[in-house]
Design a protein around this ligand. Structure first.
Ligand code: FES
Ligand SMILES: [Fe+2]
Length: 362
Protein backbone atom coordinates (compact mmCIF):
# COMPACT_ATOMS: atom_id res chain seq x y z
CA UNK A 1 0.00 0.00 0.00
CA UNK A 2 2.69 2.48 1.08
CA UNK A 3 6.42 2.26 1.34
CA UNK A 4 7.28 1.18 4.90
CA UNK A 5 10.72 2.00 6.24
CA UNK A 6 12.19 0.26 9.27
CA UNK A 7 13.83 2.83 11.50
CA UNK A 8 14.29 1.14 14.87
CA UNK A 9 12.21 -0.22 17.70
CA UNK A 10 11.63 -1.00 21.33
CA UNK A 11 10.36 -3.93 23.34
CA UNK A 12 7.61 -5.51 21.28
CA UNK A 13 7.22 -2.78 18.68
CA UNK A 14 8.97 -1.38 15.66
CA UNK A 15 9.63 2.21 14.70
CA UNK A 16 8.99 2.74 11.06
CA UNK A 17 7.34 5.28 8.86
CA UNK A 18 4.89 5.08 6.02
CA UNK A 19 5.76 7.19 3.01
CA UNK A 20 2.90 8.09 0.68
CA UNK A 21 3.80 7.30 -2.93
CA UNK A 22 5.51 10.11 -4.79
CA UNK A 23 6.14 12.28 -1.71
CA UNK A 24 9.70 13.20 -0.71
CA UNK A 25 10.75 14.13 2.82
CA UNK A 26 14.12 15.17 4.23
CA UNK A 27 13.60 12.59 6.96
CA UNK A 28 10.79 10.14 7.66
CA UNK A 29 11.39 9.65 11.38
CA UNK A 30 8.39 11.75 12.47
CA UNK A 31 6.03 11.46 9.57
CA UNK A 32 2.33 10.94 10.32
CA UNK A 33 0.22 8.11 8.98
CA UNK A 34 -1.15 8.76 5.49
CA UNK A 35 -4.41 10.75 5.40
CA UNK A 36 -6.04 7.91 3.47
CA UNK A 37 -5.86 5.74 6.60
CA UNK A 38 -8.30 8.14 8.24
CA UNK A 39 -10.95 7.89 5.55
CA UNK A 40 -10.62 4.51 3.86
CA UNK A 41 -13.28 1.97 4.92
CA UNK A 42 -10.90 -0.83 3.86
CA UNK A 43 -8.30 0.37 6.39
CA UNK A 44 -10.97 0.45 9.08
CA UNK A 45 -11.96 -3.10 8.19
CA UNK A 46 -8.32 -4.18 8.64
CA UNK A 47 -8.17 -2.32 11.97
CA UNK A 48 -11.29 -4.15 13.18
CA UNK A 49 -9.33 -7.37 12.97
CA UNK A 50 -5.78 -6.23 13.73
CA UNK A 51 -6.37 -3.58 16.38
CA UNK A 52 -9.78 -4.22 17.91
CA UNK A 53 -9.49 -8.01 18.14
CA UNK A 54 -5.92 -7.92 19.42
CA UNK A 55 -6.15 -5.94 22.64
CA UNK A 56 -7.87 -6.03 26.00
CA UNK A 57 -10.46 -3.24 25.89
CA UNK A 58 -12.14 -1.56 28.83
CA UNK A 59 -15.84 -2.36 28.42
CA UNK A 60 -17.88 -1.27 31.44
CA UNK A 61 -17.68 -0.10 35.05
CA UNK A 62 -17.86 -3.17 37.31
CA UNK A 63 -20.78 -1.47 39.11
CA UNK A 64 -22.94 -2.23 36.06
CA UNK A 65 -22.07 -5.94 36.30
CA UNK A 66 -22.21 -6.97 39.94
CA UNK A 67 -25.53 -8.85 40.30
CA UNK A 68 -26.50 -12.16 38.61
CA UNK A 69 -28.46 -11.47 35.43
CA UNK A 70 -27.11 -7.94 34.93
CA UNK A 71 -25.80 -7.36 31.43
CA UNK A 72 -24.21 -4.67 29.30
CA UNK A 73 -24.58 -4.91 25.50
CA UNK A 74 -22.54 -2.49 23.41
CA UNK A 75 -20.77 -2.50 20.09
CA UNK A 76 -17.00 -2.36 19.90
CA UNK A 77 -15.70 -1.31 16.48
CA UNK A 78 -18.72 -2.84 14.78
CA UNK A 79 -18.75 -6.01 16.88
CA UNK A 80 -22.01 -6.25 18.86
CA UNK A 81 -21.09 -8.02 22.10
CA UNK A 82 -22.52 -8.40 25.58
CA UNK A 83 -21.23 -9.25 29.04
CA UNK A 84 -23.55 -10.82 31.60
CA UNK A 85 -23.25 -11.96 35.21
CA UNK A 86 -24.06 -15.69 35.39
CA UNK A 87 -26.04 -17.10 38.36
CA UNK A 88 -22.75 -18.20 39.98
CA UNK A 89 -21.51 -14.59 39.87
CA UNK A 90 -18.97 -15.16 37.09
CA UNK A 91 -18.72 -12.79 34.14
CA UNK A 92 -19.52 -14.27 30.71
CA UNK A 93 -19.18 -12.51 27.38
CA UNK A 94 -20.53 -13.35 23.93
CA UNK A 95 -21.05 -11.84 20.53
CA UNK A 96 -24.66 -10.69 20.58
CA UNK A 97 -25.37 -12.69 17.42
CA UNK A 98 -27.60 -15.75 17.38
CA UNK A 99 -26.31 -18.74 15.38
CA UNK A 100 -29.80 -19.32 13.91
CA UNK A 101 -30.34 -16.19 11.79
CA UNK A 102 -28.25 -13.52 13.52
CA UNK A 103 -30.86 -12.22 15.96
CA UNK A 104 -29.89 -10.53 19.22
CA UNK A 105 -29.72 -12.37 22.52
CA UNK A 106 -30.13 -9.21 24.61
CA UNK A 107 -31.26 -5.79 23.47
CA UNK A 108 -28.41 -3.26 23.19
CA UNK A 109 -27.87 -1.22 26.35
CA UNK A 110 -27.88 -2.20 30.02
CA UNK A 111 -30.41 -4.56 31.56
CA UNK A 112 -31.16 -7.76 33.39
CA UNK A 113 -31.65 -11.20 31.83
CA UNK A 114 -33.04 -14.23 33.66
CA UNK A 115 -31.83 -16.47 30.85
CA UNK A 116 -30.21 -16.21 27.41
CA UNK A 117 -33.03 -16.50 24.88
CA UNK A 118 -32.76 -15.05 21.38
CA UNK A 119 -35.17 -12.15 20.88
CA UNK A 120 -35.97 -13.22 17.28
CA UNK A 121 -37.28 -16.81 17.33
CA UNK A 122 -36.63 -17.83 20.90
CA UNK A 123 -33.70 -20.25 20.81
CA UNK A 124 -32.43 -20.73 24.36
CA UNK A 125 -28.77 -20.88 25.39
CA UNK A 126 -27.06 -21.89 28.61
CA UNK A 127 -24.83 -19.50 30.55
CA UNK A 128 -21.93 -21.37 28.93
CA UNK A 129 -23.24 -20.34 25.49
CA UNK A 130 -24.39 -23.85 24.53
CA UNK A 131 -27.69 -24.37 22.71
CA UNK A 132 -30.31 -25.71 25.13
CA UNK A 133 -33.45 -25.58 23.00
CA UNK A 134 -34.42 -24.51 19.48
CA UNK A 135 -38.01 -23.43 20.10
CA UNK A 136 -40.62 -25.28 17.96
CA UNK A 137 -37.98 -25.92 15.29
CA UNK A 138 -39.37 -29.13 13.81
CA UNK A 139 -37.64 -32.39 13.16
CA UNK A 140 -34.16 -31.82 11.71
CA UNK A 141 -31.56 -34.45 12.64
CA UNK A 142 -28.92 -32.14 11.12
CA UNK A 143 -29.36 -29.50 13.83
CA UNK A 144 -26.24 -30.10 15.87
CA UNK A 145 -26.08 -28.20 19.19
CA UNK A 146 -22.28 -27.98 19.08
CA UNK A 147 -22.47 -26.12 15.74
CA UNK A 148 -24.99 -23.66 17.16
CA UNK A 149 -23.42 -22.11 20.22
CA UNK A 150 -22.95 -18.46 21.06
CA UNK A 151 -19.49 -17.17 20.14
CA UNK A 152 -17.66 -16.40 23.37
CA UNK A 153 -15.39 -13.43 24.05
CA UNK A 154 -12.89 -13.11 26.89
CA UNK A 155 -13.94 -11.11 29.95
CA UNK A 156 -11.90 -10.14 33.00
CA UNK A 157 -12.14 -7.59 35.74
CA UNK A 158 -9.40 -5.20 36.84
CA UNK A 159 -10.18 -3.22 39.99
CA UNK A 160 -13.54 -1.51 39.35
CA UNK A 161 -13.50 -1.90 35.56
CA UNK A 162 -14.50 -4.82 33.31
CA UNK A 163 -12.44 -5.53 30.18
CA UNK A 164 -13.14 -7.66 27.11
CA UNK A 165 -10.88 -9.21 24.47
CA UNK A 166 -12.45 -10.20 21.15
CA UNK A 167 -9.54 -12.25 19.81
CA UNK A 168 -8.04 -15.69 20.35
CA UNK A 169 -5.82 -16.68 23.29
CA UNK A 170 -5.19 -13.28 24.88
CA UNK A 171 -2.62 -12.92 27.64
CA UNK A 172 -4.11 -12.68 31.15
CA UNK A 173 -5.50 -9.18 31.68
CA UNK A 174 -3.23 -8.61 34.69
CA UNK A 175 -0.15 -9.27 32.53
CA UNK A 176 -1.39 -7.10 29.69
CA UNK A 177 -2.16 -4.20 32.02
CA UNK A 178 0.85 -4.58 34.32
CA UNK A 179 2.88 -1.42 33.65
CA UNK A 180 -0.24 0.72 33.24
CA UNK A 181 -1.78 -0.76 36.40
CA UNK A 182 1.33 0.17 38.38
CA UNK A 183 0.75 3.86 37.57
CA UNK A 184 -2.74 3.56 39.13
CA UNK A 185 -1.65 1.67 42.24
CA UNK A 186 -1.45 4.74 44.45
CA UNK A 187 -5.09 5.62 43.81
CA UNK A 188 -7.92 4.06 45.80
CA UNK A 189 -10.22 3.50 42.84
CA UNK A 190 -12.38 1.07 44.83
CA UNK A 191 -13.34 3.89 47.22
CA UNK A 192 -14.86 5.80 44.32
CA UNK A 193 -18.53 5.38 43.45
CA UNK A 194 -19.57 5.08 39.82
CA UNK A 195 -21.82 8.03 39.07
CA UNK A 196 -22.38 9.03 35.47
CA UNK A 197 -21.79 8.26 31.79
CA UNK A 198 -21.35 10.82 29.04
CA UNK A 199 -21.38 9.74 25.37
CA UNK A 200 -20.46 12.09 22.55
CA UNK A 201 -20.76 11.13 18.86
CA UNK A 202 -18.04 12.67 16.68
CA UNK A 203 -17.97 12.83 12.89
CA UNK A 204 -14.36 11.73 12.59
CA UNK A 205 -12.18 8.65 12.40
CA UNK A 206 -11.21 7.23 15.79
CA UNK A 207 -7.52 7.95 15.12
CA UNK A 208 -8.25 11.63 14.46
CA UNK A 209 -9.60 11.93 17.99
CA UNK A 210 -6.86 9.73 19.50
CA UNK A 211 -4.09 11.75 17.82
CA UNK A 212 -5.65 14.90 19.26
CA UNK A 213 -5.93 13.37 22.73
CA UNK A 214 -2.27 12.40 22.69
CA UNK A 215 -0.69 15.84 22.48
CA UNK A 216 -0.89 19.05 24.47
CA UNK A 217 0.52 21.12 21.60
CA UNK A 218 -2.98 22.37 20.72
CA UNK A 219 -4.03 23.33 24.27
CA UNK A 220 -3.03 27.04 24.12
CA UNK A 221 -4.89 27.41 20.82
CA UNK A 222 -8.22 25.72 21.45
CA UNK A 223 -8.63 25.13 25.22
CA UNK A 224 -8.59 28.57 26.91
CA UNK A 225 -9.81 27.38 30.32
CA UNK A 226 -7.40 24.42 30.41
CA UNK A 227 -4.62 26.73 29.28
CA UNK A 228 -5.35 29.05 32.22
CA UNK A 229 -5.44 26.16 34.70
CA UNK A 230 -2.10 24.61 33.64
CA UNK A 231 1.45 25.84 33.25
CA UNK A 232 1.73 24.73 29.63
CA UNK A 233 5.50 25.22 29.62
CA UNK A 234 5.67 22.11 31.85
CA UNK A 235 3.28 20.01 29.73
CA UNK A 236 4.81 16.83 28.38
CA UNK A 237 3.72 13.36 27.32
CA UNK A 238 5.98 10.42 28.16
CA UNK A 239 5.86 6.92 26.68
CA UNK A 240 7.38 4.70 29.40
CA UNK A 241 6.27 1.45 27.79
CA UNK A 242 4.88 0.37 24.42
CA UNK A 243 1.43 -0.11 25.94
CA UNK A 244 0.72 3.33 27.40
CA UNK A 245 1.71 6.96 27.74
CA UNK A 246 1.30 9.52 30.49
CA UNK A 247 0.56 13.26 30.30
CA UNK A 248 2.15 15.49 32.94
CA UNK A 249 1.83 19.19 33.73
CA UNK A 250 2.06 21.51 36.71
CA UNK A 251 -0.89 23.67 37.61
CA UNK A 252 -0.75 27.39 36.81
CA UNK A 253 0.08 27.91 40.51
CA UNK A 254 3.20 25.80 40.04
CA UNK A 255 2.25 22.61 41.90
CA UNK A 256 2.14 19.14 40.33
CA UNK A 257 -1.35 18.23 39.10
CA UNK A 258 -1.58 15.48 41.72
CA UNK A 259 -3.25 12.99 39.42
CA UNK A 260 -2.26 10.54 36.71
CA UNK A 261 -3.40 11.16 33.14
CA UNK A 262 -2.87 7.89 31.33
CA UNK A 263 -3.64 6.58 27.86
CA UNK A 264 -3.44 2.89 27.07
CA UNK A 265 -3.27 1.75 23.45
CA UNK A 266 -5.55 1.60 21.58
CA UNK A 267 -8.36 3.60 23.16
CA UNK A 268 -8.43 3.94 26.94
CA UNK A 269 -7.74 7.16 28.84
CA UNK A 270 -7.82 7.18 32.64
CA UNK A 271 -7.58 10.47 34.49
CA UNK A 272 -7.33 9.53 38.15
CA UNK A 273 -6.96 11.69 41.27
CA UNK A 274 -7.12 10.99 45.00
CA UNK A 275 -10.88 11.63 45.12
CA UNK A 276 -12.20 10.80 41.66
CA UNK A 277 -11.50 9.66 38.13
CA UNK A 278 -12.92 9.72 34.67
CA UNK A 279 -12.40 6.81 32.35
CA UNK A 280 -12.61 7.76 28.70
CA UNK A 281 -12.87 5.40 25.76
CA UNK A 282 -12.53 6.16 22.06
CA UNK A 283 -14.85 3.67 20.35
CA UNK A 284 -15.17 3.61 16.56
CA UNK A 285 -18.67 3.10 15.21
CA UNK A 286 -17.47 3.04 11.59
CA UNK A 287 -14.55 4.54 9.71
CA UNK A 288 -16.00 8.07 9.95
CA UNK A 289 -17.88 8.00 13.26
CA UNK A 290 -16.44 7.79 16.75
CA UNK A 291 -18.13 7.53 20.12
CA UNK A 292 -16.26 9.16 22.98
CA UNK A 293 -17.53 7.54 26.17
CA UNK A 294 -16.76 8.94 29.62
CA UNK A 295 -17.49 7.10 32.88
CA UNK A 296 -17.16 9.18 36.06
CA UNK A 297 -16.30 7.95 39.55
CA UNK A 298 -15.83 9.96 42.76
CA UNK A 299 -15.51 9.45 46.51
CA UNK A 300 -18.11 12.22 46.86
CA UNK A 301 -20.79 11.76 44.17
CA UNK A 302 -21.66 15.47 44.44
CA UNK A 303 -18.36 16.22 42.67
CA UNK A 304 -19.41 14.43 39.51
CA UNK A 305 -21.53 17.24 38.09
CA UNK A 306 -18.53 19.59 38.05
CA UNK A 307 -16.34 16.88 36.46
CA UNK A 308 -18.90 16.38 33.69
CA UNK A 309 -19.17 20.13 33.13
CA UNK A 310 -15.40 20.44 32.71
CA UNK A 311 -15.31 17.49 30.27
CA UNK A 312 -18.10 19.02 28.21
CA UNK A 313 -16.20 22.28 27.79
CA UNK A 314 -12.99 20.52 26.70
CA UNK A 315 -14.91 18.04 24.53
CA UNK A 316 -16.78 20.83 22.72
CA UNK A 317 -13.43 22.36 21.82
CA UNK A 318 -11.83 19.06 20.79
CA UNK A 319 -14.89 17.94 18.82
CA UNK A 320 -14.98 21.17 16.83
CA UNK A 321 -11.32 20.77 15.85
CA UNK A 322 -11.37 17.00 15.23
CA UNK A 323 -14.38 17.27 12.93
CA UNK A 324 -12.85 20.08 10.89
CA UNK A 325 -9.54 18.18 10.70
CA UNK A 326 -11.44 15.12 9.48
CA UNK A 327 -13.10 17.12 6.71
CA UNK A 328 -9.64 18.32 5.69
CA UNK A 329 -8.26 14.77 5.75
CA UNK A 330 -11.19 13.74 3.57
CA UNK A 331 -10.63 16.58 1.10
CA UNK A 332 -7.66 14.85 -0.53
CA UNK A 333 -5.17 17.77 -0.37
CA UNK A 334 -3.27 16.79 2.77
CA UNK A 335 -1.39 13.50 2.43
CA UNK A 336 0.87 13.31 5.50
CA UNK A 337 2.67 15.73 7.81
CA UNK A 338 5.51 15.96 10.29
CA UNK A 339 5.24 15.43 14.03
CA UNK A 340 6.88 17.76 16.54
CA UNK A 341 9.70 15.99 18.41
CA UNK A 342 8.94 18.25 21.38
CA UNK A 343 5.16 17.87 21.59
CA UNK A 344 3.96 14.98 19.45
CA UNK A 345 6.18 12.04 20.38
CA UNK A 346 3.21 10.12 21.76
CA UNK A 347 1.23 10.69 18.56
CA UNK A 348 4.14 9.05 16.74
CA UNK A 349 4.11 6.16 19.24
CA UNK A 350 0.37 5.62 18.77
CA UNK A 351 0.56 5.79 14.98
CA UNK A 352 3.49 3.35 14.90
CA UNK A 353 1.46 0.92 17.00
CA UNK A 354 -1.45 1.16 14.56
CA UNK A 355 0.86 0.72 11.56
CA UNK A 356 2.54 -2.22 13.22
CA UNK A 357 -0.83 -3.84 13.99
CA UNK A 358 -1.76 -3.51 10.31
CA UNK A 359 1.47 -5.23 9.30
CA UNK A 360 2.88 -2.11 7.67
CA UNK A 361 6.48 -2.85 8.50
CA UNK A 362 9.43 -3.95 6.43
S1 FES B 1 -32.20 -15.67 15.05
FE1 FES B 1 -32.09 -16.39 17.06
S2 FES B 1 -33.65 -17.82 17.23
FE2 FES B 1 -33.74 -17.15 15.18
FE1 LIG C 1 -7.77 18.78 23.41
Amino acid sequence: MHEATLLGGGPGWTIHSIRPPGRKYCSTVSLTLPASWYRDPAVFERERQSVWRSEWLMYAPAAKLDTPGQYVAEEVAGFPVFVVVAPDGSLRGYHNVCPHRAGVIVWPGDGTAGNLVCRYHGWAFGWDGGLKAARDFGDDPGLCPSDNTLVAIHVERWRNLVFVHLGEDPPPLADALAPFALECEAFDMEAMTYGHRLVRVLACNWKTYADNYLEGYHVPLIHPSLNRALDMSTYRVEVPDESYCIHRADTAEGSPSGGAWLFRYPNLAVNVYADGMNVERIVPAGHGTTHVVYDYFATDPDQIEAMVEMSNVVLDEDQMMCEVVQRNLDAGIYRAGRLSPKHENSVGWFQRRVASALGERS
